[in-house]
Design a protein around this ligand. Structure first.
Ligand code: RAM
Length: 533
């Protein structure tokens, strides 16, 4: 084995592969490069000065209070220890520029300025030094700059994702102060909002949810579909699958989906497995993380893309690598045709700490094979009969070993765990007949098993499962109860993590590091528009 997995304690699980073998498929990489989008730019000025006030009712215990128009910035000046917060009125992704001029004597020392960027009030209120989570603190967005020459225009080199900026004048000198003007965010996106058709839904809450979903997607659309412009700023397969669906109903940047598929196909490992996520710069690099469900979602994303765009050439080119994901997934089946379970980070599914991944992953496999069969039919592939046979065996095994007739639920792992995620994926995989599938969703909502859902990613699949079993009203209720609640909690863009029953939830150890504009939460626009909710 050229690689090994390292599991850390404290419930933190990562993959780290030594001597990762990557196959570079240059024609695919070139194809992806040719599809690189031109970014659309805009210039946004701040809206208000705000202060952050403690409020037990507000999300994370903090809310902002407007204290004056940002246009008044020109009449203020600041010295050592002064600070102020600007609110840009909405979520922005881009590059910040500003003019700074000295007030008083000629500047006899550099200006030391600290800037803190926040998507949420909590990032303005709680010091980043207090962060003690397990993913890197370097994701916290701050900048300490020294300005030698004043007056001058400052252009920050990094792209930021924020609504608020806190300015702290660490020092000027005894002889001068500073004033600011023309503070701007030069925004970037590859989602052209001119192409999005107005929804005009009769339900104002759904209209608002749709609008915020689109903004979320737009801010994540850069030169790839990023998962979150604050964090991880990269292309993850599970996020891509959902972004692509939302994109078809809105921005229709189908070439961006195609580009991302080619990027994944361009750098598989030596087994032919696609990575869970990719780094694009300085050159295309697959992360040394491979997730069972995410690799399979490559097939699903190709399936969705083909049936939306009918791009036969891409299907022909990418089919072998898609099919390979299934072959690799099948290797994980035991002699009973049930996936081998393990407690390392082998499959994602959701961030719930206690979630067993075996059951939902088995369902993802079935769900994927069904889609692969559709693609094999289009291609008249010689793999078709093999896929059909394996599907039949795996579905049979799932019934025998994972279905508990007495309980009316599917189980997962040696502890026979009954989770929401397992039921939802089994419903989506249509293992049961339509009537039983419907009853399973009813039972799920009624009995509310303890191992619930923690991310908008899994809530998406919950809503889609309800739609699939013909329960549109219940789907709308769930959608409003989840994304509508996020709106009430102040979302300008939808968040990476949200548990309405535990609003402090973060799998990373701190809400400061959560992403508050996250790709996988953009799907209500797809659900509402595609299914006519
Ligand atoms: C987190 C990110 C990303 C997701 C992975 C599995 O790092 O939120 O979007 O796809 O988890």
């Amino acid at each position: 084995m050229p690689w090994r997995k390292i599991i850390l304690t404290n419930n933190v699980k990562i993959q780290k592969i030594e001597n990762q073998a990557v196959k570079r498929i240059e024609p695919f990489i070139i194809q992806a490069e040719n599809l690189k989008p031109k970014l659309i730019k805009d210039v946004i000025a701040p809206y208000h000065f705000v202060e952050v006030v403690a409020d037990a009712e507000a999300m994370h215990g903090w809310r902002t209070k407007p204290i004056g128009p940002a246009a008044e910035i020109v009449i203020h000046n600041y010295g050592k220890g002064d600070q102020f917060i600007l609110d840009f009125g909405d979520h922005q992704v881009g590059y910040v520029k500003m003019d700074i001029r000295p007030i008083g004597s000629p500047p006899d020392a550099p200006l030391h300025l600290k800037l803190t960027f926040g998507e949420m009030p909590v990032e303005m209120a709680e010091p980043f030094e207090s962060y003690d989570g397990w993913i890197s603190s370097s994701w916290l967005q701050e900048e300490s700059i020294y300005v030698d020459v004043l007056p001058g225009r400052i252009e920050l080199p990094r792209r930021y994702s924020f609504r608020y900026i806190k300015f702290e004048v660490v020092d000027t000198s005894l002889k001068y102060r500073v004033a600011f003007d023309n503070i701007q965010c030069h925004t970037v996106t590859s989602g052209n909002k001119e192409l999005v058709k107005p929804l005009n839904h009769s339900d104002p809450i759904l209209n608002q949810i749709d609008k915020v979903s689109i903004k979320t997607l737009q801010d994540c659309m850069q030169d790839v579909f990023e998962d979150g412009p604050k964090r991880d700023r990269r292309l993850w397969l599970g996020d891509l699958r959902l972004q692509a669906l939302a994109n078809y109903e809105t921005f229709q940047n189908n070439d961006l989906v195609k580009r991302c598929l080619y990027l994944f196909a361009g750098v598989p490992n030596n087994k032919g497995e696609v990575a869970a996520n990719l780094f694009i710069k300085p050159s295309l690099i697959p992360d040394d993380t491979y997730l069972f469900d995410y690799s399979l979602l490559f097939v699903t994303t190709l399936h969705d893309y083909y049936f939306k765009v009918k791009d036969h050439e891409t299907l022909v080119e990418l089919w072998p690598i898609a099919y390979r994901q299934i072959e690799i997934a099948l290797e994980r089946l035991d002699e009973r045709n049930i996936l081998k379970d393990s407690d390392d980070w082998w499959s994602f599914i959701d961030w719930h700490e206690k979630l067993n991944k075996q059951g939902p992953s088995q369902a993802v496999l079935i769900y994927t094979i069904k889609r692969a069969i559709k693609l094999a039919e289009i291609l008249s592939s010689d793999k078709l009969s093999f896929l059909e046979k394996r599907l039949q065996d795996i579905v049979e095994a799932t019934f025998i070993h994972l279905w508990r007739k007495d309980k009316g639920f599917f189980v997962s792992g040696s502890e026979n765990q009954i989770s929401w995620a397992t039921q939802i994926w089994m419903v989506l995989a249509e293992v049961l007949d339509p009537g039983e599938n419907n009853q399973l969703m009813h039972r799920l909502l009624l009995e509310q098993p303890e191992i619930g859902l923690t991310t908008p990613y899994m809530y998406h699949y919950l809503v889609e499962a309800l739609i699939l079993v013909g329960e549109k009203d219940k789907a709308v209720n769930q959608l409003k109860a989840y994304w509508g609640e996020m709106l009430k909690d102040g979302a300008d863009t939808f968040w990476e993590l949200y548990d309405p029953n535990n609003k402090e939830f973060s799998p990373y150890g701190s809400q400061l590091i959560n992403s508050y504009c996250h790709a996988w939460s953009c799907t209500p626009t797809y659900l509402i528009r595609y299914y006519n909710l």
